[in-house]
Design a protein around this ligand. Structure first.
Ligand code: MN
Length: 320
């Protein structure tokens, strides 16, 4: 691997493609942290367009949208909230990765030099960064606390996801105090702001929060959409299944999934396209089929976390 001569001295802190609130807020709060440690050439960046929930958060707290980085070639990069090449900004292999902070499974991002790599099963990457502020005695101001709390609420669905740890709950209370918000009230407002996606096209519903997982040449993809109640998404079940099948064939996926998660009642419906026998064995749930459409969907009680509850299962599809 050869790195192009690096003229850009800046350090970009950047989250994953199809960025969510945690990816964007983690980039902002970590860039701010490094500035306090007198690293002034650090900037927060993003690998794609903001979703409506993240737009709500940045607007509410008067925070500037991070600059978009479309190609990492020759850049100094700090990766937050992911560590898989398929989820990273384009040409991450041609960049100089300086550090990784994440809360997902260990993926396939490689570095050239030994680098700090902190990965902890926490509710959000922003929670790991909040701890770092404390260790280094960097003050968390109101804005930073609000962004950290927003990321934590977003990734854990108001601390209801099984990814939420005891440390996260304690941290959320501390951050809410600094941000001067009521967690429940603000949390509901935040989660509501992300639930208009269901009104868009099937393509956008599937791909707005979409992750690809790869093993060798095989790959599976999982999108997730937050909803309040399943009425609206169920009206679109035909076009969603058709689009899942189309995208799977077009991009050579083994299988494609869409998790529609009710952020209030903490339950999901999982739509799929792919080998039915294999998918059935993964979840042991009743599959509902539609007339003349491949794929189907199932109801998943109490299942809301892609990384903890769905991804480990769908990855098994890549083992055979
Ligand atoms: Mn995250």
């Amino acid at each position: 691997m050869k790195i192009k001569k690096n003229k850009d001295k800046k350090i970009y802190v950047i989250g994953h493609l199809n960025p969510d609130t945690d990816s964007i807020c983690s980039a902002i709060v970590y860039a701010n942290f490094l500035k306090h440690l007198h690293k002034h050439d650090v900037v927060a960046a993003r690998a794609g367009e903001l979703n409506s929930e993240t737009k709500f958060v940045l607007k509410k707290w008067g925070v500037k949208t991070p600059q978009k980085l479309s190609d990492a070639t020759g850049k100094n990069i700090i990766i937050v909230d992911h560590n898989e090449i398929d989820q990273a900004v384009k040409n991450i292999r041609q960049s100089n990765i300086l550090e990784i902070i994440d809360h997902h499974r260990i993926g396939d991002v490689e570095s050239i030099h030994p680098i700090p790599f902190e990965n902890e099963p926490r509710g959000a990457t922003a929670a790991i960064i909040a701890d770092r502020y404390s260790w280094h005695r960097v003050t968390i101001n109101r804005k930073m606390a609000a962004l950290m709390l927003s990321a934590l609420i977003s990734d854990t669905l108001l601390l209801k996801s099984p990814t939420t740890t005891v440390k996260d709950r304690v941290l959320a209370r501390k951050l809410a105090k600094i941000a001067r918000v009521n967690i429940e009230k603000y949390g509901k407002e935040l989660l509501n702001s992300g639930c208009d996606l269901v009104n868009h096209s099937a393509n956008k519903i599937i791909l707005t929060d979409f992750k690809t997982y790869r093993k060798g040449t095989k790959k599976v993809g999982v999108g997730q959409i937050p909803v309040i109640g399943f009425t609206k998404i169920m009206k679109k079940k035909e076009i969603i299944l058709k689009e899942l099948n189309r995208l799977m064939k077009k991009n050579n996926y083994e299988a494609l999934f869409l998790i529609a998660t009710d952020v209030v009642d903490v339950e999901s419906h999982l739509f799929y396209a792919g080998n039915e026998e294999k998918i059935k064995k993964l979840f042991h749930k009743k599959i509902i089929k539609l007339d003349k459409i491949d794929g189907g969907y199932m109801y998943l009680k109490k299942i809301v976390s892609r990384k903890k509850q769905v991804q480990p299962k769908v990855l098994e599809l890549l083992n055979c």
